[in-house]
Design a protein. Structure first.
Length: 373
């Protein structure tokens, strides 16, 4: 742990915010500016001296390492990855309002960002340390940040399966750059993990420790949060008794959102009798890319294929931005829906099963109470 860490105490609570969906889909690559990308934090934002910061690689390895930021940049091949990071609680508001109340802070449809990341592959770093475990299918890679305390623990941590970390095509990186610039403090400067296709909680910011071990991370947020509990667990008290025995959420499900028009908007009918619908779609875990998005303006009775807006940075890990012209009549309380399909054949469901933590909601994207004039 570096002794030059300072903390940002600019807010009485951890910084948690999201842009409006309309702002979010304005560009394929999400800007990491104040209003561009969502923020999810469980504590204050550390201001770290990147010249002295180190990342320790320890646990079941042959050669423990202590790597400076300069070493991460200069001693390893740099890998560029364009992918979406999504908070596990994205769209929690829809679950709590459309299905049933949940336990967790409210997120609408903007807790996702699609960015260009650059840094060494985790696989290369682990290979330099020399993984020393009898069975990679049973071991885990734990990531930790001891730079700042959190609300529920003295540090923040998460883990993924070791087999995942050792797969070249998993493309897990130790990101030093975001959109061709050094990470900003609120996005993890000087180094963070980026685990594509997996719940954003595993992409630990302000990384200072990587441990190969025979169990998942011991951190509170890995053991007691970001998990899909059975639907018959209906109270926080019941949840606490089951969280440790419930597997951690890793791969995120297929999803899509209607961003324009948004719920409550008023739109004008074109002379052709249609309106434009725009939004984003996300593939399930490793099953990308999104190959189809459909839009309905009659409650799901009929569907129109949307145009997926192609971008040179498109990859299996990216979101897809889409647009469609759909016929609709003038009136109030209109419902517009979206559903996505990915390359793995996963199709977005109308209504997923409820869970008390309100994570991984992926029912049809929807804009409700739209007025068409």
């Amino acid at each position: 742990m570096t002794t030059t860490t300072q903390l940002v105490h600019s807010k009485p609570d951890p910084l948690n915010r999201e842009p409006s969906p309309k702002e979010l889909i304005a560009k394929f690559i999400t800007e990491g500016t104040e209003d561009g990308a969502y923020d999810r934090n469980h504590g204050n934002i550390p201001q770290i001296n990147g010249d002295t910061h180190t990342v320790r690689v320890q646990g079941s390895v042959r050669t423990p390492l202590s790597l400076s930021v300069a070493q991460l940049k200069n001693d390893f091949s740099q890998h560029e990855l364009v992918c979406a990071l999504q908070c596990a609680g994205n769209r929690r508001h829809t679950m709590r309002t459309r299905l049933k109340e949940v336990d967790g802070i409210d997120w609408f449809d903007g807790a996702v960002m699609n960015c260009r990341w650059r840094g060494p592959l985790l696989k290369d770093v682990l290979e330099k340390a020399g993984v020393n475990v009898p069975d990679t299918n049973k071991a885990h890679v734990a990531f930790a940040c001891y730079q700042t305390e959190t609300e529920k623990d003295s540090w923040y941590g998460a883990s993924v399966e070791l087999w995942r970390a050792l797969k070249a095509d998993a493309e897990i990186i130790l990101a030093l750059e975001m959109n061709n610039k050094p990470l900003t403090p609120k996005h993890g400067y000087p180094v963070r993990v980026v685990v594509p296709g997996v719940a954003g909680a595993r992409s630990v910011k302000w990384l200072d420790r990587i441990t190969i071990q025979d169990h998942e991370s011991d951190n509170f947020y890995h053991q007691m949060d970001y998990k899909i509990l059975p639907a018959d667990i209906t109270t926080p008290e019941e949840a606490r008794a089951h969280l440790k025995s419930t597997p951690a959420l890793q791969d995120m499900p297929i999803n899509s959102v209607v961003a324009v028009p948004y719920s409550g908007d008023t739109v004008t009918l074109s002379r052709r009798g249609d309106i434009e619908v725009r939004g984003y779609a996300l593939p399930a875990g490793t099953q990308g890319p999104v190959v189809k998005v459909e839009v309905s303006a009659d409650g799901g009775k009929s569907w129109t294929d949307a145009e997926i807006i192609r971008d040179r940075h498109q990859s299996k890990w990216c979101w897809a931005l889409y647009r469609a012209k759909v016929k609709i009549e003038r009136g109030t309380n209109k419902l517009i829906l979206s559903r996505a399909t990915d390359a793995g054949g996963n199709v977005q469901v109308e209504k997923p099963e409820w869970n008390i933590r309100g994570v991984a909601y992926n029912g049809y994207g929807e804009a409700r109470d739209v007025t068409v004039v």
